[in-house]
Design a protein around this ligand. Structure first.
Ligand SMILES: *Cc1c(COP(=O)(O)O)cnc(C)c1O
Length: 377
């Protein structure tokens, strides 16, 4: 049954819900152990853009495979961007997305860098509202579970010529997800990559684009060969300054208790500015910690662990929230961070963030965006 939904943006969505839903018992079975990014909900949002018409043909429709011409530009030249955000089951039974406005803004910035059209933020938010309204029953309620939302945009023009695409597709899909690390918050061992770089000045490091990930996979494989869980990226010029860990930002805690200082590498243009990073800096200040965007070299990291001034290191991102870093290895040295266990400041920050996301603590910064989940099917 098609209907036109107005939404708040200029783009009108055509709504065609699936005629037959997955039965509740089967849905609950799938939600019981969803893993991460393995199962998907019943609908998706799609939209097209071309230079003449702008954004058009917006629809909420059944989740389904795409049919792509082998000459589709993105398959060759990777002109594409994505986002990753979560919707959480609230303590009161409702559903809310976490900071979708910040993700909408970053999606625009990423698109600009990849010479893709910028999707208006209200249209991004409307797409999320529509999908959550249709598929809210797929938002899990178990602790540490959520609905992971994946907006993406790619060059769908059929051409082998290299130019910014004149035909672009936007998609939004959703994946019910359990904890990223099923065995709980488990500290990781990281590999400092000195052979490879993730991003260089003037490159695409600050944009959320798949090419950055593709270029990092070999370093990730090298990390695994050295018995490490994740790769840590250093600056491309000197391989000295710490930038990020895999697809997560890094934070360094100096000192302890009320005197702790939380430092994260500044956004120099080669790092991706995480929304978790930003949220934790804010919550860190709320909790009374000194917070700082600065820089730290590999030598300072090792020396700080040696003399005990650097007490905790953790990575942060939407998918895994906070992951403590227990040990560091490189071609030339290896060391542990404090006792290798999850630190007190890391766990306090994690709880502060998760409590807001689940509606268990007041949303003092207006980060939750409630979904309309009451409407009949
Ligand atoms: C997405 C991403 C992050 C984390 O960003 P969040 O908004 O916190 O999820 C960090 N680094 C890279 C490279 C990323 O792609």
């Amino acid at each position: 049954m098609a209907q036109v939904s107005s939404g708040t943006s200029a783009t009108k969505f055509q709504v065609s819900r699936v005629p037959r839903r997955v039965p509740a018992a089967e849905r609950e079975r799938r939600l019981a152990n969803p893993g991460f990014g393995r199962i998907f909900t019943e609908h998706m949002v799609r939209m097209r853009w071309d230079a003449g018409r702008g954004w058009h043909d917006a629809q909420l429709t059944a989740y389904a495979p795409l049919s792509l011409d082998p000459g589709t530009s993105v398959l060759h030249y990777a002109q594409a961007v994505f986002e990753g955000l979560k919707a959480f089951r609230q303590a009161d039974g409702g559903v809310a997305a976490f900071r979708p406005d910040a993700h909408a803004a970053r999606f625009r910035r990423s698109a600009r860098r990849l010479a893709l059209p910028e999707l208006p933020e209200e249209t991004f938010l409307d797409a999320i509202d529509l999908l959550l309204e249709a598929d809210h029953e797929w938002v899990p309620s178990a602790p540490e579970h959520s609905l992971y939302l994946r907006p993406m945009m790619f060059a769908s023009e059929v051409t082998l010529a290299v130019h910014p695409a004149d035909d672009v597709t936007f998609l939004l899909i959703a994946s019910p997800s359990g904890p990223y690390f099923p065995s709980g918050v488990k500290p990781v061992t990281v590999w400092l990559s000195e052979d490879f770089s993730r991003a260089a000045p003037g490159g695409t490091g600050a944009a959320k684009t798949g090419g950055n990930y593709a270029g990092g996979l070999l370093a990730q494989a090298q990390a695994a060969e050295h018995g490490c869980d994740q790769v840590v990226w250093l600056d491309s010029n000197e391989h000295r300054w710490v930038e990020e860990m895999g697809g997560m930002n890094l934070c360094f805690v100096f000192g302890r208790g009320g005197d702790a200082r939380v430092m994260t590498p500044a956004l120099t243009g080669t790092l991706l500015g995480g929304i978790t990073r930003d949220s934790l800096l804010t919550l860190g200040r709320d909790l009374g910690y000194e917070t700082e965007e600065g820089r730290i070299s590999v030598d300072e990291w090792r020396a700080g662990c040696g003399d005990g001034s650097l007490t905790e290191v953790f990575a942060c991102g939407t998918a895994a929230v906070i992951t403590p870093v227990a040990a560091v290895r490189s071609e030339r040295s290896s060391w542990t961070v404090a006792d290798g266990g999850p630190g007190e400041v890391s766990m306090r920050l994690r709880k502060a963030l998760v409590d807001i996301q689940r509606g268990a603590a007041p949303d003092t910064h207006g980060w939750l965006h409630p979904a309309h989940v009451s409407s009949a099917r």
